[in-house]
Ligand binder design. Structure first.
Ligand code: 3HC
Length: 655
């Protein structure tokens, strides 16, 4: 066996006429300039060398290829370009088989699609997730995939950016075999069996025929989920094009579209989100701190929030002990958790065996002493300082000395709760968003005395729950609700200044929010914020601007959607402008002698963005948030800020 090197990241070994080319570009074998150049050289060598009868392409480590190198986007392109490398592979006069040892995503799957055959490890994952970055596949994916799967399945995968298992890829015809063990040995055996005179060529291959209805349905489903983003619509168009256009035309149209989208604002924003997510949850200075071991999660309170947290913890593979006040409440809590698992089964997210496994790891009891077995205890009880403080004092006497205590408070000061216990260093905040088993965002609150290993453990737990953890310091409402309060305040100022709630909602919805602020207030209910305002009234600076309209709505019993009346009326559930509210607004303006002025949609968006950014900058300067991109992620994942705009901090910098 002779070893060859074609670039820093591409090496190869020749054994028995088969050149095994390995991509080694940690962490995910992305297709950097060095990888592309090395592949080109390796395939040139394979063509020219009489000793090489065929090529097996694989990746080092746990990835095959994680896609194009996203870090190169936005910089001047470097040759060779990926489509040229792919054409080189496809045009090779000798068989090439991909041994897909791990993720084959984006450009990585496109490289594999250009090979003559593909074998994958059982654990491999495949997909063309480019739309998540605001682009479409740019190296043949939209044209080669439908030639294997048909148009409907290709639309489903590409326009949704859906990542699939090796087993599904086999079923769809994307790969030719799955290897349960020795992938490389299996692939070498596979390539040796290929009749080199009958190598498949992509060009003449036609798209499998299928019904028009199936294609239309796949397209409509994808476009509905895309909510106006450009990339999924372009992906649908390009895949449909594959059915009618010659292959070379399809490739050219795909490349043109890819380049236009890659250079768009939407793609820049989504790239920002991608890297922001990778940076989130990393805490400077704590890289070397080892987490505590967590096997059993205790949850106090199994209401709406607690049951969602329990399902998350069960999904994360933990044993869960839920605690309620009495046996009846425990039985209800257990039913609630089982009900959420049943829903997951009904929607196909979970199979029956998965449900049974989760149920077998669940205990719900009225006996708090059982929490002595838990490694971390998360409280999800009524958000009241006295209730939580008393609970934590009690837990302090029950749980092990090394167990972590987490509070799910949204507004209370966890430092005060911690101070009431014997070991404040073991207290951390875990602010889940409702429904807790669905929402990805999790604010991990680093309290004044939280020990470094407690914080690191909480972050590890969050990741295992499939959450996106964002570290927040202690301030009222943490990062998310602080910014949301500023947003709410500014929206109400604008109503007083002359914009109507419906104008503000329409402007924000056109910007990309699923709902404008007033529709959100009505959906969430107005009474909690009203109660908080009443509490704060004692300490409020009388010189501070204060808008009374929301108080007047509550005084009139208008608590939002659930009462059928709020900022809007909801006859038959439909959001409708209510003249009574318009009168209340007019009256409030008149009391302050405000002459209403008109706002354009752009002015509305700018003012609200500025309010969020000012608050965001204040949080950064106080050290509550570690980085601006964390604030962006909180607003995108918890408050409906459109990800295609990159979050408020990013968006404000681009205006
Ligand atoms: N380019 C550059 N860096 C990448 C990358 C890529 N395609 N994919 C991942 N990375 C980096 C991450 O930034 C991170 O860096 P850091 O350690 O410095 O923060 C590191 O690799 C590890 O990434 P993750 O933390 O995400 O690791 P996981 O193991 O959880 O996930 C993954 C690995 C599934 C590959 C995930 O990173 C991922 O989904 N990557 C993006 C895949 C993708 O979108 N590919 C398409 C790219 S666009 C394209 O190919 C265009 C083509 O059609 C022309």
């Amino acid at each position: 066996m002779s070893a060859l090197r074609f670039s820093d990241t591409i090496s190869a070994a020749l054994a028995d006429g088969i050149l095994v080319v390995t991509i080694d570009n940690a962490p995910v074998n992305a297709l950097s300039a060095d990888v592309r150049a090395g592949l080109m050289a390796a395939f040139d060598h394979a063509e020219q060398s009489a000793d090489v009868a065929g090529v097996v392409l694989t990746g080092a480590g746990s990835s095959f290829i994680g896609g194009a190198d996203i870090k190169e986007f936005g910089k001047p392109p470097i040759e060779p370009h990926l489509p040229d490398v792919i054409s080189r592979i496809e045009a090779l006069g000798k068989p090439v088989v991909a041994a897909i040892n791990g993720v084959a995503l984006g450009g990585g799957l496109e490289v594999a699609l250009a090979c003559h055959r593909r074998l994958a490890a059982l654990t491999a994952k495949l997909g063309l997730p480019e739309v998540k970055l605001g682009i479409v596949p740019g190296a043949g994916g939209t044209q080669r995939l439908p030639r294997l799967t048909g148009i409907a399945a290709a639309i489903d995968m590409i326009a949704n950016g859906r990542i699939i298992s090796a087993a599904e890829a086999l079923k769809l015809g994307i790969i030719d075999g799955v290897s349960g063990g020795a992938l490389l040995i299996d692939t070498i055996a596979d390539i040796k069996a290929i009749d080199a005179s009958s190598l498949r060529r992509t060009g003449p291959l036609s798209v499998p025929s299928e019904t028009l209805e199936a294609v239309d349905k796949a397209a409509a489903d994808a476009l509905r989920k895309a909510r106006g983003q450009r990339a999924p619509a372009e992906a649908v168009r390009l895949v449909r094009f594959a059915a009618t256009a010659p292959f070379s035309e399809g490739l050219a149209e795909e490349r043109r579209t890819f380049i236009a989208l890659r250079d768009s604002e939407e793609a820049a924003a989504l790239r920002h989100v991608f890297f922001a997510e990778r940076a989130a949850g990393k805490v400077e200075g704590l890289e070397a701190v080892a987490p505590r071991k967590i096997e059993t999660v205790g949850i106090v309170g199994t209401g709406l929030m607690g049951s969602g947290i329990a399902v998350s913890a069960l999904n994360g593979g933990y044993r869960v002990i839920g605690v309620e006040q009495n046996a009846e409440a425990a039985a209800k809590g257990r039913d609630r958790i089982a009900g959420l698992l049943d829903k997951a089964v009904q929607s196909g997210r979970l199979d029956a065996a998965g449900r049974e496994d989760r149920v077998s790891r669940l205990t719900v009891t009225a006996d708090m002493q059982q929490l002595a077995q838990a490694d971390i205890i998360i409280e999800a009880v009524f958000d009241d300082l006295a209730v939580k403080t008393e609970l934590f004092q009690r837990l302090d006497t029950i749980v092990r000395a090394d167990a972590i205590l987490a509070t799910n408070t949204s507004y209370l000061d966890p430092d005060v709760i911690a101070a009431a216990t014997q070991r404040p260093e073991r207290i951390v905040g875990l602010h889940f968003f409702s429904p807790a088993h669905i929402m990805r965002l999790l604010e991990v609150v680093n309290c004044k005395k939280t020990a470094p290993d407690v914080l690191v453990t909480a972050l590890g737990l969050a990741k295992r729950l499939g959450k996106l953890p964002i570290v927040s310091g202690v301030t009222e409402g943490f990062i998310g609700n602080s910014i949301f309060s500023a947003y709410r305040r500014e929206a109400e100022y604008m109503v007083e200044d002359g914009a109507s709630p419906q104008e503000i909602d329409a402007a924000l919805e056109a910007y990309g929010f699923p709902m404008g602020p007033f529709a959100v207030f009505d959906m969430a209910g107005l009474e909690i914020a009203w109660a908080r305002r009443k509490r704060q009234a004692v300490t409020r600076d009388p010189a501070e601007r204060y808008v009374v309209i929301a108080d007047r709505l509550c005084e009139a019993g208008r608590f939002g959607q659930k009462t059928g009346l709020g900022w809007y009326a909801y006859p038959d559930g439909k959001r409708t402008v209510d003249p009574t509210v318009t009168e209340m607004i007019d009256a409030a303006r008149a009391e302050k002698d405000i002459v209403p002025k008109r706002f354009t949609a752009d002015e509305i968006v700018s003012r609200l963005l500025k309010a969020m950014v000012d608050e965001g900058n204040a949080l950064l300067s106080r050290g509550i948030a570690a980085r601006a991109s964390d604030i962006d992620l909180v607003m995108i994942n918890g408050y409906g800020f459109p990800s295609s705009k990159g979050g408020p901090m990013f968006a404000a910098g681009r205006r």
